[in-house]
Unconditional design. Structure first.
Length: 309
């Protein structure tokens, strides 16, 4: 396959390029050459700014383009207009944040936002792609994307914290649902010849307690309920990493993934993801700053804890 990747050197794009190269595809990157420009010295990189013009790609033909970094409808409109006759298939990475009602489990046909929020802009980008490419478009809506090279500290916090040992604050309840997608599993789905249309690309929901046990079966977990965390004025939007205490987002981890599974989505065991993330985290020397400190944890659970370092 002749593959064009818009971006290609950050988290999702990097995983896509790694997957494509492992599969033996011909890869071309289109980016500004500013982020990790030496990451793929043997991969063709066409330098350009997609927010201005895709003219450097004029006359080129590709089987598929994967748009990993489209956030503004006007910018995505430039891309689809420039590539409508140059690529057979447009794969756009969106988000489950597009859904208008996060208090109930969302499936692909549910209403989406129509505002200037992150989710609203992503929904508008989807419509731009679909309006031009129609049956040649794939819209992937991932949930929380995790894995090596994660630019956030939401998922990496947990294998790192569990590895330190001691009494560990676990937010909410053991049976609270949790969903995410390993970036490598997402990349494999994006690269597949899935049918056209819209797909929620997430794992099947699993209990949060099961996820933490998969990371460390012997962890000494101290569960602090959502009401108690809210009473302590912990930020309800991941004030403790992965925890969501906002009732308007009660079903954020109950998204229906059946359509993607039917189209071939497979996901690796969470223990494998956690082990790989921990290995990457150790190799990079840990985060610049912890998203949830030992002092914050101690204040909420009391008693002896293990400090950072």
């Amino acid at each position: 396959m002749r593959l064009l990747v818009l971006g290609g050197t950050r988290f999702v794009g990097r995983a896509v390029v790694d997957e494509a190269l492992a599969a033996g595809h011909s890869v071309t990157l289109f980016n500004r050459g500013r982020t990790a420009p030496s990451l793929y010295p043997d991969v063709e990189t066409v330098i350009g700014d997609r927010t201005v013009s895709l003219a450097p790609l004029a006359g080129r033909q590709f089987d598929t383009v994967i748009d990993c970094a489209g956030y503004e409808p006007a910018v995505v409109s430039l891309s689809v207009s420039a590539l409508r006759d140059s690529v057979d298939r447009y794969v756009f990475v969106s988000s489950v944040s597009v859904y208008a009602d996060q208090s109930i489990p969302a499936a692909e046909g549910a209403a989406v936002l129509d505002d200037d929020s992150y989710g609203g802009r992503k929904a508008a980008c989807e419509q731009v792609v679909l309006s031009v490419f129609g049956p040649r478009a794939v819209i992937a809506r991932p949930g929380l994307i995790v894995g090596p090279h994660d630019p956030t500290e939401r998922f990496p916090y947990w294998p790192r914290r569990l590895a330190r040992g001691g009494r560990v604050l676990a937010p909410g309840a053991p049976d609270d649902p949790m969903q995410f997608i390993d970036v490598r599993d997402l990349a494999r789905f994006l690269m597949s010849r899935s049918p056209s249309g819209v797909f929620n690309v997430v794992t099947t929901p699993m209990p949060f307690g099961e996820l933490l046990s998969a990371m460390d079966p012997s962890a000494d977990l101290v569960w602090v309920s959502t009401p108690d965390l809210l009473a302590a004025k912990v930020d309800p939007w991941m004030g403790v990493p992965l925890w969501i205490g906002d009732p308007e987002w009660a079903a954020a981890n109950l998204v229906d993934n059946s359509r993607a599974v039917a189209a071939g989505l497979t996901t690796r065991p969470p223990a494998e993801t956690a082990a790989d993330v921990l290995a990457w985290d150790v190799a990079r020397g840990g985060p610049a700053e912890e998203p949830f400190t030992a002092e914050q944890e101690l204040a909420l659970i009391g008693g002896p804890s293990v400090s950072v370092g």
